[in-house]
Design a protein around this ligand. Structure first.
Ligand SMILES: *[C@@H]1O[C@H](CO)[C@@H](O)[C@H](O)[C@H]1NC(C)=O
Ligand SMILES: *[C@@H]1O[C@H](CO)[C@@H](O)[C@H](O)[C@H]1NC(C)=O
Ligand SMILES: *[C@@H]1O[C@H](CO)[C@@H](O)[C@H](O)[C@H]1NC(C)=O
Ligand SMILES: *[C@@H]1O[C@H](CO)[C@@H](O)[C@H](O)[C@H]1NC(C)=O
Ligand SMILES: *[C@@H]1O[C@H](CO)[C@@H](O)[C@H](O)[C@H]1NC(C)=O
Length: 945
């Protein structure tokens, strides 16, 4: 029998429910999950029904479904819990005001109804944001036992931050799985020691409160962004992140998000060892994508220990995906109801505790509660009555310590040709704040980390940096050096030429070009090359310790060529001298003939007297020529004339010959042995003092800057001196101290710079080389002023060029890195250790002394060497010509002998003693004492002359 009072009660209940429904409907937003059917306590004698206020975020569909399912199950299966009214309020997470109106409307109405209709427990499944804060302030103010699944740690729950101890007992927040999974990123970042990270999350995660805290106190440059969930946009997003120099990507989200992101990564070629991809999810799937080759470190929840329950519930459609989350809300609802039931049964929460309406709350009148709700939650969790569906619960002392507890498995999934090819177990992670990642294989994780890859910018300059354009390979001293450093400081690098192929100079406005600019604009990490350390560069970049000796500026010139000539022996005497000698020879020969002819003591005029002599030499013209010729040579002249006068002529000729030969010999030796290299320029000073050789550095090179600056400095000194000496305030004595006749300030560089400007600065090295090579000689043309290493290398590989003078303005060479870059210290240590191991010396040896392009130039006219064929060869030509002429003469003689005799014989017959018939003529001409032999024939005599 049902008592009458119960019927009255029943009608009242119905009325109240109808009213509540009306209010909720009127608010328009709220959806009531009305107690289905019978809210009458099944066991009225032992207890009263348990009413529930569920506050949900309208976006949190999973929670909504799961809570509904849980309540339905409870109502159906656990009638012993006496589940009473359940009011569900759906709120908009960004609308704090509306939320308060909604909740207060529902709450105040229930309080006004009083009695059994007032909710005993608030189940809060909102996630975060202003509305959640409102809910928290509502529950805290009115002192309502609350089980909240909001996201965040204690500090993130703004309205629950400073709870009194008794409040922590009934205002309980449990961190849901979706709030815990992102924490794995922190552990991954720490475990893999990465320095940059991009975290992309989709709608299944809430990161609002994580931006600041997730990677707090971890030295990692990172970006947390909501993932764009469309192909092109995802690509753009990844591209932008890559431009921030990020190579470690963490994707938090569902299957679709991970797939879209990996697809985008593949199409951007963000794969391989330089990138590291990580997927973290709440769902249960394997990563897939249209990928050629990519490996993903993938974290997903370990399967539930209670597979059976999960299976059953899923089959009934009670657990939407992701199951971990829905099971969490499902269990949370059950847990809340069970704990509250226990609290009510234990008498800690009676229906007549103080209840305030929103309106009656005045800021301080929060009622005191002594319900140990947290204790009940703990007891229920460990009781046999409660079996977690998926994640169990872990309880701590206060909010921020209560959380869903589950494990994530870490696997390394390799996807090739659109299919997962391997899945390796890498470890596991107990979800939680600051729980370490347990890695099975350190190697696996380390191998997955994106290799640090630095962007190296360089300028090709042999032998420091040599670029083979065909094979796109790099070599050289600096490349070897970088590789050596890489072996010490582990990294990879990508190398490219500076856009303008310059080292980097500052213009008047302070703008930089070249490698320095690229470092400054952070488009490169390392500037490699024969980059010299300069104060102004030091202001914008950082230099490592020098890796090379001081290198300065020096002069490149065409190698002076000692002119070789086959007939060098002819050049010993000047042409005039040769002509004089020739003239002297003919004159002397003629003179001898004349003396011999006219001297009464000559042989031809005293044949009788000398007829017994062995040597009978008649000095006719031919004999004279022959005598003079032979007496110049060591062969001697043979029989000298008999007459004293003739002898005197001969002696004079001998003296002349002796002196000529002696001086010729002496000079010839000097000519052939001493190289007459005309090097008019031996230093920069020499260069500045002459005008025949033009000189200039390459436009924009450091040498150019040097001269520009030096001339500028000179100008400034001059201005200062001028100002000083023209200063009116100086006393006469002081001024006279400044007065000198000479210009007191050097203008050497000003003049040189002027000369360079007139000569024109070559735009590049090849132009400079052309100009040097086209120089007429080493004393006329062009001298190039440039980097000493350049010039040294050019002279090493070319024989036609020489380096002239000392290096000046010497500076050390070093690598440059971005200002403040941590690479500086690492590189410094590496270079110093290479220096200690004498590796740098070996490199120098390799690229200079043993350079394969090194040429060995033939030494030019070195004094230590003998006379070269180039210079003495003419003598052989003379021999050949002489022999050739002799041969011709022989032929002629033979011909003469064969064909002339007939006429000769004829002549002989007519006048057998032609010579004899001539001689008397001579006799009569001369005032000789010897008797004439033939009659004098003046006509004949005259005919001879
Ligand atoms: C990625 O690499 C492939 C093959 O190497 C190439 O065809 C494609 O153009 C690259 N895509 C991008 C965006 O660089
Ligand atoms: C709030 O109300 C309580 C009792 O209802 C009263 O004691 C207290 O003084 C009130 N505080 C304010 C600030 O009005
Ligand atoms: C929780 O359980 C323990 C033992 O199981 C019991 O001693 C304790 O009183 C219980 N606490 C509450 C609040 O029920
Ligand atoms: C859940 O966790 C509690 C402690 O919080 C423990 O006592 C209980 O045995 C766990 N339940 C399961 C099924 O592991
Ligand atoms: C990691 O990489 C190194 C070198 O590439 C290799 O020798 C090693 O086997 C790799 N380890 C794993 C677990 O893949």
């Amino acid at each position: 029998m049902i008592p009458n009072s119960w019927i009255r009660e029943w009608i009242l209940l119905l009325l109240a429910a109808a009213l509540l429904l009306l209010i909720i409907e009127a608010r328009g937003q709220a959806q009531g999950n009305k107690p289905q059917g019978d809210a009458t306590p099944q066991n009225p004698s032992s207890s009263r029904p348990l009413n529930l206020l569920v506050i949900n975020d309208e976006e949190n569909e999973i929670a909504n479904k799961s809570v509904t399912s849980a309540l339905k199950e409870l109502r159906e299966k656990r009638t012993d819990f006496l589940l009473g009214d359940v009011t569900v309020v759906q709120i908009n997470k960004s609308d704090a005001r509306g939320t308060l109106d909604l909740i207060c409307g529902v709450w105040d109405a229930a309080v006004q109804l009083g009695g059994y209709r007032i909710p005993d427990l608030v189940l809060d499944t909102t996630m975060s944001g202003p509305a959640s804060d409102t809910v928290n302030s509502f529950t805290a103010a009115l002192g309502l036992p609350t089980l909240s699944a909001q996201f965040g740690q204690e500090g993130d729950l703004r309205q629950w931050r400073n709870l009194k101890p008794e409040q922590t007992n009934y205002l309980v927040q449990v961190m849901p799985p979706a709030d815990l999974v992102p924490e794995a990123i922190r552990q991954l970042v720490i475990a893999m020691n990465v320095s940059n990270a991009a975290i992309l999350f989709d709608e299944s995660f809430v990161m609002d409160h994580k931006y600041k805290s997730l990677l707090q106190n971890v030295p990692v440059r990172h970006v947390i962004v909501k993932s764009k969930n469309a192909g092109k946009q995802t690509k753009d997003q990844l591209f932008r992140l890559r431009n921030l120099d990020i190579v470690n990507f963490f994707v938090l989200g569902g299957q679709k998000t991970l797939r879209a992101t990996l697809d985008a990564a593949q199409s951007l070629n963000f794969t391989g060892r330089k990138y590291a991809w990580h997927g973290l999810t709440l769902e249960d799937f394997s990563p897939e994508c249209n990928c050629v080759n990519i490996s993903v470190l993938f974290l997903k929840p370990s399967p539930s220990a209670n597979q059976q329950a999960v299976g059953e519930l899923s089959n009934k459609g009670l657990l939407p995906k992701p199951v971990l989350t829905s099971a969490f809300y499902y269990d949370l609802t059950r847990l809340g109801v069970m704990a509250m039931r226990a609290a009510i049964d234990a008498g800690q929460w009676s229906s007549n505790v103080d209840r305030l309406t929103c309106d009656s709350y005045n800021g301080t009148n929060t009622p005191a509660r002594n319900i140990g709700f947290l204790e009940f939650l703990k007891n229920v969790t460990s009781s046999n009555d409660f079996q977690p569906t998926y994640a169990n619960f872990t309880w701590g002392e206060k909010n921020g310590q209560h959380q869903a507890s589950f494990k994530m498995t870490v696997t390394l999934v390799t996807i090739a040709d659109n299919n997962p090819v391997s899945t390796e177990d890498a470890g596991s992670w107990d979800a939680g704040i600051d729980r370490r990642l347990e890695v099975i294989s350190e190697d696996l994780v380390a191998n997955h980390t994106a290799q640090t890859s630095y962007r190296v910018v360089t300028v090709a300059q042999a032998p420091f940096v040599i670029h083979d354009a065909e094979t796109d390979t790099w070599s050289g001293y600096c490349i070897d050096l970088l590789d050596e450093i890489r072996d010490i400081v582990k990294f990879e690098y990508e190398i490219r030429q500076a856009d303008d192929q310059r080292f980097g100079n500052m213009d008047d406005e302070g703008n930089w070009n070249g490698m320095i600019k690229e470092l400054k604009e952070k488009r490169a990490d390392i500037a490699l090359g024969s980059l010299s350390v300069m104060a102004e560069r030091e202001n914008v970049v950082d230099f490592t310790v020098p890796y090379y000796d001081l290198v300065g500026i020096t002069i490149l010139m065409k190698r002076p060529k000692a002119p070789t000539s086959l007939f060098k022996f002819l050049t010993v005497l000047e042409n005039d001298v040769w002509l004089c000698i020739l003239a002297a020879y003919f004159f002397t020969s003629f003179l001898m003939w004349v003396f011999d002819r006219w001297s009464p003591y000559s042989y031809q005029n005293n044949r009788e007297k000398y007829k017994d002599d062995e040597e009978k030499r008649e000095f006719n013209l031919k004999e004279c020529l022959w005598f003079c010729m032979t007496s110049l040579t060591p062969q001697g002249g043979g029989e000298a004339p008999k007459n004293l006068s003739g002898r005197l002529v001969a002696a004079t000729w001998w003296l002349f010959g002796f002196i000529i030969i002696a001086s010729y010999t002496a000079n010839l030796a000097a000519f052939l042995t001493v190289s007459r290299l005309d090097t008019p320029v031996e230093s920069l000073d020499d260069l500045s003092k002459q005008y025949k050789i033009q000189y200039a550095p390459q436009n924009g090179s450091s040498a150019h800057t040097y001269f520009q600056r030096m001339s500028d400095i000179e100008k400034r000194f001059y201005e200062i001196w001028k100002d000083m000496s023209l200063n009116d305030s100086l006393s006469d004595v002081e001024r006279s101290k400044l007065a000198v006749w000479d210009y007191p300030v050097s203008d050497r560089y000003t003049k040189m710079y002027q000369a360079m400007k007139e000569a024109g600065f070559p735009a590049n090295m090849s132009e400079a080389l052309d100009r040097v090579r086209n120089s007429k000689s080493s004393s006329e043309g062009f001298a190039f002023i440039g980097d000493a290493t350049d010039i040294r290398y050019l002279t090493l590989t070319n024989c036609d060029l020489i380096m002239v003078g000392e290096e000046f303005s010497r500076k050390p060479l070093a690598l440059a890195v971005q200002q403040g870059s941590p690479l500086k210290d690492q590189f410094n240590n590496a270079i110093l250790s290479l220096l200690n191991k004498r590796k740098l010396e070996k490199l120098k040896e390799k690229w200079w002394n043993r350079n394969p392009l090194r040429v060995t130039c033939e030494k030019q006219d070195d004094q230590s060497d003998g006379i070269s064929i180039q210079n003495i060869g003419g003598v052989f030509i003379v021999i050949f010509v002489g022999i050739g002429m002799a041969c011709l003469t022989l032929a002629f003689e033979y011909w003469w002998y064969r064909y002339r005799p007939k006429t000769n014989n004829l002549n002989t017959l007519q006048n057998p003693k032609t010579t004899h018939s001539v001689k008397p003529v001579r006799f009569y001409l001369q005032p000789a004492a010897a008797p004439p032999r033939n009659a004098f024939d003046p006509s004949q005599f005259r005919a001879q002359f």
